[in-house]
Write a protein that binds this ligand. Structure first.
Ligand code: DX5
Ligand code: ZN
Length: 219
């Protein structure tokens, strides 16, 4: 299993975004987590394709786009053109989940499928063979800096067991409220792709990344 840190730039200082991303890259973060919010699926609005297009060649990091967007199929091609490597969509936001995942693959990207805290992970079962990553939201999507919902740990265990049963080595990403202090619980439950916004970009992004990487490397 590949253990990866995906710093969420939602918490970064956008005046110096390129430099902040570089600090995370130099300290071992393999991905950058790009939170897209449409003001419909979630209450807030963040950023979209032009920002991704401008930052993706500032780094070698894998662009991990998390679309908190209603009917994300409408934007799959646009995100591919903007430089996304991974596109994760919400199960709750797609009219036709399978067609959406197929479109992501047809555009040459990896596909992720996300579930909100109130969604039963059993709803993921029909799609387990169709994704490279499952994203368990450990906060209600829409804002950074929220508190980790402890019940997420059981959901991670349940998804890892479902995947093991099918002999799938699919990535499990967890997003929201993760800090150096609680990341081990998330990893022990079976996650291997860790999103952290506030914990990386509040303070020294390089030092914070290094602290996470020290833990991830021990797995
Ligand atoms: C929440 C976003 C998260 C968020 C995580 O809607 O999907 O990626 O930025 O932020 P922290 O790590 O601050 O909880
Ligand atoms: Zn996210």
């Amino acid at each position: 299993m590949n253990y990866v840190l995906s710093p969420s730039i939602l918490a970064a200082d956008f005046k110096v975004l390129g430099q902040e991303m570089k600090k995370t890259e130099e300290n071992g973060a393999a991905y950058i987590h790009f939170d897209v919010m449409d003001g419909m699926f979630v209450p807030s609005i963040s950023f979209g394709m032009p920002v991704l297009a401008s930052i993706h060649d500032a780094t070698e990091q894998f662009m991990d786009a998390h679309l908190m967007v209603q009917e994300p199929i409408r934007y799959v091609e646009a995100f591919q053109k903007a430089g996304a490597d991974y596109v994760t969509v919400h199960l709750e936001a797609c009219e036709d989940v399978k067609t959406t995942l197929d479109k992501i693959h047809a555009c040459g990207m990896k596909a992720g499928l996300a579930v909100n805290p109130e969604t039963d992970v059993k709803e993921l079962v029909p799609y387990l063979e169709d994704v490279e990553m499952i994203l368990i939201m450990s906060v209600h999507p829409g804002f950074g800096g929220q508190k980790f919902i402890p019940e997420s740990l059981d959901k991670i265990r349940e998804v890892r067991a479902m995947l093991n049963e099918k002999n799938l080595e699919t990535d499990i990403q967890v997003d929201g409220g993760i800090y150096v202090e609680n990341v081990r619980e998330v990893l022990d439950a079976g996650a291997n792709v860790i999103v952290a916004g506030s914990a990386v970009f509040r303070g020294d992004a390089g030092e914070n990344t290094a602290k996470f990487m020290e833990i991830l490397k021990s797995y």
